[in-house]
Design a protein around this ligand. Structure first.
Ligand code: IVH
Length: 656
């Protein structure tokens, strides 16, 4: 789409989302989605200044108070927080404040960043007299009546309260309450809330407090902005006092003395936050000493002594460039959306599952659509929503192919799923994938992993292994970042392989390791073998008519040729086969029994690298039988046919 047209669409969409957010109080998408669209528009306007529009919604500041509530002027401005998205940004923050403060060592207080609505509560002589939203920070909306409906907001403070106190905290909706509310709304044909925060905001910023009561909100206190009498000296003391007065203050916190300790806390929360009963989008870090905190002052609309570490956004918008189909182990066809590399949940992804045809129809996803993708916690990236307003009319509907894209076999529909019904379809044959990874010596990938990758639609054939990214794997349940990295680096390190291993990996009927080695040694290059006639193949020593026909036929089948091309296109490099010459050139070995020190594979490798061959059975053409302990019938065959036998010791003398 041309940039001007795209920018225009983005502006319309953003304006509409802002209206839903600020006026209707019921945004259809999460902030991450809004941010993602705004970022795209900003980037477009930067790249094409001629299409920039000064009236663009992105140049306006949010947060005007709603018209139907009484206005409240906050005695202390309600600030917001600067964000840090990485370790580097946290360290940069520490450096900044160390320059300004008189001290260079800080004690920090770390706590959860609740995903709700900032609230101020004023208590006089122990009684709750007024509660307000943040508004623009200076003037908020008086929502006292609604706040009284929240059970965890004390109406009367516990004994030894100060004569005046203003408490700040977050009104939230628990995940369980939100899910139930959405289920009910869905049943009643009402709009659902995009997240717990929108649900909390929507439940508070409306006129009927009976409705707020039904919504079962909660309140977490985290700050005292003003207090008469004895002044708390640290942020920790404020928390302790709030608890004593009867507020709910969350207990997941830490007093830290270094950025490393803070990072440890951030990691711990990252692991636990999904299981928490309420939504958290980060960690708030404060300079614990109130004196130092105040000395640091305010920059813009945020205090310098506080910062919010934000977890990476789990949703982003992108444009679908193609929809392909992957075939799983059970033959099920999974549609996969492709898009330009997009940053979501801290990693860059370029494809996401569309699950099945039902999902495509439900979302009405088309090629060319602007969509919301999500990569949350343990799930693989998925397309969860289409933004139909972003359409230009050039989008294309997707249809399931009538034939299996892997084997060309028939496709049949059962319920919402489509299956390839050809029993011989390669995609169904996980054993062939197992054979491939063995041939490529990618031992980090066991059968269980292959099963998972296939079930998730991440691979349909071995070539797909080479397009996997760490982010594809680390999204899978019970799949750690470390093991994902190990697997990906192991795949990468086996991209370049000898021709014989490549041939062996193809799983051509009758082509085992030995035949693959023979073919590789004879033809030297893949194209030569692919073009060879059946007679030329049969002229290779040890290859008879059955094997040569099988090899010849393999490279005359369209699907096989396409598969080989796909392997090469994902970056597999074939080493040229070197003809190994050595003391065993022209000699054929058979191994029997257990060798005292060498494993069978080691002995084999030694024979082959000295130019020899290893065969499975003894004939009069066998040069030597290498005999270990408890030899089998091959030893008898050797004696009968008069073939020379070698012990391991004798063999080792020869190879040296
Ligand atoms: S401290 C200086 N502590 O995050 C104002 N804020 O992005 C910050 N928030 O407006 C107050 N959890 O709504 C603080 N534990 C926490 C918080 C928290 C959530 C919200 C608050 C604020 C916003 C800033």
């Amino acid at each position: 789409m041309n940039p001007k047209e795209r920018a225009e669409k983005l502006r319309q969409q953003i304006t509409e989302l802002r209206h839903e957010y600020h006026v209707q109080n019921n945004p259809a998408v999460t902030d991450e989605v809004y941010d993602s669209l705004s970022r795209e528009l900003e980037a477009l306007e930067r790249a094409h200044p001629e299409i920039a529009d000064p009236n663009s919604a992105i140049h306006r500041v949010a947060g005007a108070p709603l018209p139907f509530f009484q206005k409240v002027k906050h005695r202390e401005r309600m600030l917001s927080l600067d964000n840090a998205f990485s370790e580097d940004e946290l360290r940069a923050w520490e450096k900044r404040i160390a320059k300004i403060a008189k001290v260079s060592q800080f004690e920090y207080f770390c706590e959860l960043k609740f995903d709700g609505l900032a609230i101020s509560l004023v208590y006089e002589n122990g009684k709750f007299i007024r509660g307000a939203t943040r508004g623009d920070g200076f003037i908020g909306e008086d929502i006292t009546e609604n706040l009284k409906m929240i059970g965890t907001i004390p109406l009367v403070l516990a004994k030894s309260f100060p004569s005046y106190i203003e408490v700040r905290g977050e009104a939230i909706m628990k995940k369980s309450v939100w899910k139930k509310l959405n289920a009910e709304n869905k049943k009643n044909g009402l709009p659902e809330f995009a997240n717990t925060r929108n649900a909390a905001a929507g439940s508070l910023r409306q006129l009927d407090s009976a409705l707020t009561k039904e919504r079962h909100l909660d309140f977490f206190a985290y700050e005292i902005s003003e207090i008469k009498g004895a002044q708390p000296k640290t942020h920790s003391e404020k928390h302790a006092l709030l608890r004593k007065l009867g507020f709910v203050v969350d207990g997941l916190d830490l007093v830290a003395h270094s950025i490393d300790e803070i990072l440890g806390f951030i990691k711990r929360v990252a692991e636990e936050r999904e299981k928490l009963p309420f939504g958290t989008d980060g960690v708030v870090i404060s300079v614990n000493d109130v004196g130092v905190f105040e000395e640091l002052g305010v920059a813009g609309k945020a205090p310098r002594g506080m910062i919010a570490y934000k977890y990476p956004a789990e949703r982003a918008t992108t444009v679908i460039t193609d929809i392909t189909v992957s075939v799983g182990r059970t033959g099920v066809l999974t549609p996969v959306a492709h898009f330009p590399p997009t940053l979501v949940a801290g990693s860059t992804v370029s494809k996401a599952t569309l699950h099945n045809m039902d999902q495509i129809n439900r979302l009405d996803v088309r090629i060319g659509d602007t969509v919301v993708i999500e990569k949350a916690g343990d799930v693989i990236p998925a397309v969860i929503e289409v933004l139909p307003k972003m359409r230009t009319g050039k989008e294309k509907k997707f249809k399931m192919p009538a034939k299996c894209p892997i084997c060309g076999g028939a496709v049949e529909q059962k319920d919402i799923f489509y299956y390839c019904v050809d029993p011989n379809c390669e995609a169904k044959n996980l054993r062939s994938l197992g054979h491939f990874v063995n041939a490529f010596e990618i031992y980090e990938i066991g059968p269980k992993v292959l099963e998972r990758l296939s079930d998730e639609g991440l691979i349909t054939d071995a070539a797909d292994l080479f397009t996997l990214e760490v982010s594809d794997l680390s999204g899978l349940e019970r799949f750690g970042e470390k093991s994902a990295e190990n697997i990906i680096s192991s795949i990468a390190s086996h991209r370049t392989i000898p021709l014989w291993r490549f041939l062996y990996s193809l799983g051509i009927l009758h082509v085992g390791e030995e035949t693959a080695r023979d073919l590789a040694a004879h033809f030297g290059m893949l194209p030569k073998l692919m073009k060879a006639s059946q007679e030329q193949i049969e002229s290779v020593p040890n290859i008879g008519p059955i094997v040569s026909k099988s090899v010849y036929d393999y490279f005359r089948t369209k699907l096989h040729i396409e598969y080989v091309q796909k392997l090469l296109s994902v970056g597999i490099k074939i080493e040229k086969a070197k003809k190994t010459e050595g003391i065993f050139s022209g000699k054929t070995f058979v191994i029997t029994g257990t060798l005292p020190s060498l494993s069978r594979d080691e002995a084999k490798e030694k024979i082959i690298s000295a130019g020899g061959k290893v065969s499975g059975s003894v004939s009069k053409n066998t040069s030597y039988v290498l005999v270990g302990e408890n030899p089998g019938s091959k030893f008898d065959d050797a004696t009968r046919l008069g073939v020379k036998t070698l012990s391991e010791a004798e063999f080792l003398k020869l190879v040296k």
